[in-house]
Design a protein around this ligand. Structure first.
Ligand code: BGC
Length: 515
């Protein structure tokens, strides 16, 4: 059967086993997702803790306590300085992902990952001891640098070392770690919010040092990916690593293709300029649009602001953190579904099913919130049935994201870029992801205040648009070896016209000796 439109006789089938070595490397590298997830999960809870608001954002605090049940609930958290706390990190991550592209290319994936863990751990310490707003923001900027480095290097490392038949599942362990990070952070917030004396937020913010160090120390035990070693002319080491992760001696066929790709990659002097040429149009399009669309699903509204959102709807303090906890458990569990199915049913199926599920839930949430809050935003007493509908719709929506746009938003870009532009293109993906994570974090409270329940309509329309885009333009990439990916464009009815024949790439003298 043709996969990704590629005829059977053009497809490769490299030999190799599913080894413990590869599983270990993937688990360790994927732990980089913990730092991203931890941070995503911690800020929402911390910004809803009164002692934290009192210390750093007294104006928001005063506004919050003066709100009456009859006031406009949509607007009580609308404060741009408070959102700057959440979003400053994403700006830093955006900047660092650009630098990280040079490091991943020049020094390898492993070094970049280690930088990521270390910077994150430093940022966590500064935040834990923060005495003023400046320290708080500085700490967050360091966290952002760490995340930029990790998100730039981890997905490509995972896609490079995974055997192509299991690439989807192994790459998605990154997303699994993100969701575990979010879950742990929410759990911690739930308990620290109750600490007498109000210093709980320090534990929540400082606790980020733990995932940072887990990731940093874990990376000592990793070897770089064969692709990255070849990129830096370490031929013997690359072949040896390939043998070890594939668990067989004869890796010649795969090694030859990796080597060919790496030689072609070396001809590219300036990946940032080359990526703009029309032959990379499909990859560039997805590098930009996949992370953009991932953010326009609206998922991060729940990730960052679940406690705030629940509070706005009249749930008490405890109940709102509790609901955030439930939603993050759903997020982790549904990610397992995608790990189990992505290499069987393919990326397109999950994208489309997840899109449909999110759309239906957004519609339900819009109707229920509109019917209760109207456009004045004063709900009066909230009945139990209402809370139940909103929480269930939210959970089903989150599950839809967690088996589709969440993990696929990292998997698909990392597997479609050819080696010569992989680092640069992944940086674009991370940067776009961060810009829009930032934008959502920054404008959400203002959007809620102005669009009211229309906020969910906005995201629902986006979900429809992105599903059509995937349906029309994304070729299936399951089961296609990473360095063979150019074929999916070549056989795609729309993208074929952009792709020139890569068979003309130069062949390497020195390598034939090793092969
Ligand atoms: C996204 C994050 C999101 C998380 C939720 C990730 O794939 O990039 O923005 O918060 O999934 O699980």
């Amino acid at each position: 059967m043709a996969v990704g439109g590629i005829p059977c006789d053009s497809r490769k089938n490299y030999a190799g086993k599913f080894t413990c070595k590869v599983i270990f490397a993937c688990v360790v590298a994927a732990s980089g997702g913990l730092i991203f997830g931890y941070d995503l999960g911690i800020s929402g809870g911390v910004t809803s803790m009164d002692p934290f608001l009192q210390k750093f954002f007294p104006k928001v605090y005063r506004k919050e306590i003066s709100v009456q049940p009859s006031d406009d609930q949509y607007c009580k958290f609308d404060n741009q300085i408070l959102t700057l706390f959440t979003s400053s990190l994403y700006l830093a991550a955006l900047l660092s992902s650009m630098t990280a592209s040079r490091i991943t290319r020049g020094l390898g994936r492993k070094v970049t990952m280690m930088f990521g863990g270390l910077l994150f751990a430093f940022g966590a310490i500064i935040n834990g001891f923060a005495a003023n707003l400046l320290m708080l923001i500085f700490g967050r900027v360091l966290l952002g640098f760490g995340i930029g480095f990790a998100n730039q290097s981890v997905p490509i490392y995972l896609s490079e070392i995974a055997p192509f038949k299991y690439r989807g599942a192994l790459n998605m362990m990154f997303q699994m770690s993100i969701t575990i990070g979010i879950l742990v952070a929410n759990l911690l917030n739930y308990f620290t919010a109750k600490i007498e004396g109000g210093g709980g937020w320090r534990i929540s913010l400082g606790g980020a040092v733990v995932p940072g160090l887990i990731f940093f120390v874990g990376c000592f035990f990793l070897s770089d990916s064969p692709n990255s070693l070849l990129e830096r002319n370490k031929y013997e080491e690359a072949k040896d690593m390939l043998r070890r992760i594939r668990g067989i001696d004869n890796v010649d066929e795969e090694f030859k293709d990796l080597a060919k790709a790496s030689e072609a990659a070396k001809l590219v002097q300036s990946p940032w300029r080359d990526i703009l040429s029309s032959k990379y149009r499909p990859q560039l399009t997805f590098a930009i649009l996949i992370p953009l669309f991932q953010q326009l699903t609206g998922m991060n509204v729940f990730v960052f602001y679940a406690p705030v959102l629940f509070k706005s709807m009249g749930f008490g303090n405890n109940a709102s953190l509790m609901s955030a906890l439930i939603t993050s458990i759903v997020n982790s569990c549904a990610t397992l579904v995608s790990i189990a199915t992505v290499d069987k049913y393919g990326r397109r199926t999950l994208f489309l099913l997840g899109g449909l599920q999110m759309f239906v839930c957004q519609a339900v949430m819009t109707i229920s919130i509109a019917s209760k809050f109207g456009s004045s935003g004063s709900p009066g007493q909230l009945p139990l049935w209402f809370s139940a509908i909103v929480v269930v719709a939210m959970c089903v929506y989150i599950a839809g994201f967690a088996y589709s746009w969440g993990p696929l938003g990292w998997l698909v870009p990392s597997e479609i870029f050819p080696l010569e532009i992989r680092s640069a293109a992944q940086s674009i993906t991370v940067a776009v992801n961060m810009i829009f994570t930032f934008a959502i974090a920054q404008v959400f409270t203002a959007m809620l205040c102005n669009l009211k329940f229309g906020l969910f309509i906005f995201f629902a329309i986006c979900v429809v648009g992105m599903s059509i885009f995937i349906y029309k333009l994304l070729p299936e990439t399951k089961g296609v070896p990473i360095e063979e990916m150019t074929l999916v464009w070549k056989y795609h009815p729309y993208w074929a016209k952009f792709v020139v024949d890569k068979n003309s790439s130069p062949v390497m003298g020195k390598l034939e000796l090793i092969i």
